[in-house]
Ligand binder design. Sequence first.
Ligand code: SF4
Length: 527
Amino acid sequence: MRTEATARPRLGAVALPSVRKGGDGRLTAALDPHDQGPQDACGVLGVWAPGEDVAKLTYFGLYALQHRGQESAGIAVSNGRQILVYKDMGLVSQAFDESTLDALKGHLAVGHCRYSTTGASTWHNAQPTFRPTAAGSIALGHNGNLINTHELAQLVKDLPNDSGELDLHSRELEAASTNDTGLVTALLAHHPDTSLEQRALEVLPELRGAFSMIWMNEDALYAARDPQGIRPLVLGRLDRGWVVASEDAALATIGASVVREVEPGEMLVIDEQGLRSHRFAPAAPKGCVFEYVYLARPDARIAGRSVHQARVAMGRQLAREFPVEADLVMPVPESGTPAAAGYAEESGIPFGQGFVKNAYVGRTFIQPSQTLRQLGIRLKLNALDHMIRGKRIVVVDDSIVRGNTQRAQVRMLREAGALEVHVRISSPPVKWPCFYGIDFATRAELIANGLDVDEVAASVGADSLGYISLEGMVEATKQPADNLCKACFTGEYPIELPDEALLGKHLLETSLQSPLLGKALPVLNNP
Ligand code: SF4
């Protein structure tokens, strides 16, 4: 069991990460480290609902956001006097059981499921982060990635020592945290002479990059979205409370109605006095276009546009831009399915399933053998020979990152008897890394960075390859082009990046010493 803010005697019961023996903890793309698609940043969800079982609401809300992060999950709950945090590695369903949720009693909660973009995938970096101070505690979950981590680290270092933070003799746990979110939590926690609400309005303008954040103290829920609104964040209403979540699909899952999106540059506060809105920066929208292509659930709606409809429209556009004579249009499930349906509708070529996906592939702590590792993709996908044999196939996917996945898929289709394999991709070539919360690969690893379209086609073994145009993809989102981030396709980053040496997932583990080291900050009890 992994707890924070539990009564001190439980410290002895905390299982440290070293108990995970015998595996690297990954049975998905990481089976083959050269076979990863785009990885999501995180899912966040907050609930303020006196009289409701907020831990269970948060659990099922996180369950609906699982696609955004599968490395770790956590829930913080406050009963008005004390915050209790529980987090663990793995899927939401692996991290929590009934008895754990029963122990999380209160009226407000923050939940998080993580994919790491700054800081390694370790228990210490799992969220919500937690900091107790003399004035009250903070638990915080973050979706996105900050790009001025180095500046924030300096701000944390410069905090006076008499900030009121409690010394609970557990420095080593906090010092092991190496993510940008821990820095923000540290900055928010320092408010000796002012309220958390006021402190947040001072801290938020200091953050650069992508952040959809939800945090809490003992008696209020807070939510904020970066001025560019790179990652989504939605406000919802329960009969007896409020919910804020990464995607509206999570609201529907727990019976909340959608009120509106949190505005870019807006901070919300929800407490017993109701809902308050503050603007900490002017809105300058640059929503991530990749949310429409792949990241968000198809039943999500972003900036008024159905993600499913956008994906179908991308497929239709792809069929107009890259028609081909074929017998079957098939998706790479699941993210390629709406675009494949659109391609089939527009082209008139029959639609069918040629791959079956194992819906239950997630994380496991069993180490696969070398033979299984080489077969990695077959743990995720199998070909339906009778659908494929003797046919000219159009296979539709959302993106190509390194190309290894597509190469294996094309080979699998040929082995199943395909006469021709035409690959169609519902996003343009990914040529640039993302610094705002999506982990593609380094620039050198991106196949489209070094090869033109024909060379990529030859590399993956396809008879033809077509990527949707940038304009076609943008048009399908129904958003003004200027309101979207498209940097991974164009290299034009809407939030200015610092020097390359100051970017990177492991910045706080390598070039910067953790500013949290040597400070008295953490974790176990909030008296
Ligand atoms: S760089 Fe790409 S993935 Fe990252 S925020 Fe921009 S559009 Fe989204």
